[in-house]
Ligand binder design. Structure first.
Ligand SMILES: [Mg+2]
Length: 257
């Protein structure tokens, strides 16, 4: 019998960067009556708030069984009933001096290859405390331009060549951090060895759970996918292709328990 059901966020509980569908909100509520639930994602808490929390209708008991792990578990939030708010249990922040080195390396890479855009929207390097993220068109390009912004992102680097160049260049300057291609125009930088398996280990420590107590549901469990490390560490995992399938899987879990 599983004690905790863990979910990826983007592509699993909701369409990419979109709010949680009503149906998912319902089944998660039911699931939380009987199980601990964890949501783990590469995104920051801000993204959790926007996509997940603002679309959940849960009571205090359900909320107290929900565990949030933004930026792959380098941050951990639980619900504090007495304060009626989300509380950060820890955050493994990158030291300021290292952030500075990383930022310089990323911007130098843009300069070196001539990838610097004349017009950008919002910050180029976003500080997520435990992660830095370079967005070559700026963090806010979609917020400002909408559809046009999405189109610009899609067309910026279709074959990943630019992102690979930036990653390789910057990671040769700053060798003690890991540079990963993130989204269409982004590079994520973290301490080495941070992935969803890292987050699951942290969660197991905190809740004194074993691997066999957990079931993980994600949309990218194939080798190379960002959910794969969870499966590779030996946690039972279900791959779904979209949130509709997640709803079906959750329903099955509820009715088997
Ligand atoms: Mg996903």
């Amino acid at each position: 019998m599983k004690k905790l059901i863990a979910f990826d966020l983007d592509g699993t509980l909701a369409p990419s960067k979109s709010p949680l569908p009503e149906r998912i909100s319902e089944v998660l509520g039911e699931l939380l009556n009987n199980f601990q639930v964890c949501v783990i994602s590469g995104g920051d808490f801000k993204q959790f708030n926007k996509q997940l929390l603002s679309n959940l209708k849960l009571d205090d008991n359900q909320l107290s069984r929900l565990h949030l792990m933004p930026t792959c578990g380098t941050k951990y939030y639980t619900f504090d009933k007495s304060e009626n708010n989300w509380k950060k249990l820890y955050s493994e922040d990158i030291p300021e001096e290292d952030k500075r080195r990383i930022k310089i390396a990323l911007l130098k890479a843009l300069d070196e290859y001539g990838y610097k855009e004349d017009k950008t929207y919002g910050e180029l390097v976003e500080d997520r405390e435990s992660q830095l993220t370079l967005s070559t068109l700026g963090q806010d390009v979609v917020d400002v331009l909408g559809e046009k912004g999405i189109e610009m992102k899609e067309n910026w680097d279709k074959d990943n060549k630019k992102k690979n160049n930036i990653r390789n260049y910057a990671s040769n300057i700053v060798t003690d951090y890991e540079f990963k291609v993130g989204g269409l125009t982004s590079i994520d930088v973290t301490k080495p060895g941070i992935d969803k398996a890292y987050g699951m280990k942290k969660l197991m420590e905190h809740l004194e759970l074993e691997k066999k107590d957990i079931l993980f549901i994600g949309d990218r469990l194939m080798e190379g996918g960002n959910d794969y490390p969870v499966k590779a560490m030996g946690i039972d995992s279900i791959e779904i292709s979209d949130w509709h399938q997640t709803a079906v899987a959750v329903n099955a879990i509820i009715h088997m328990s």
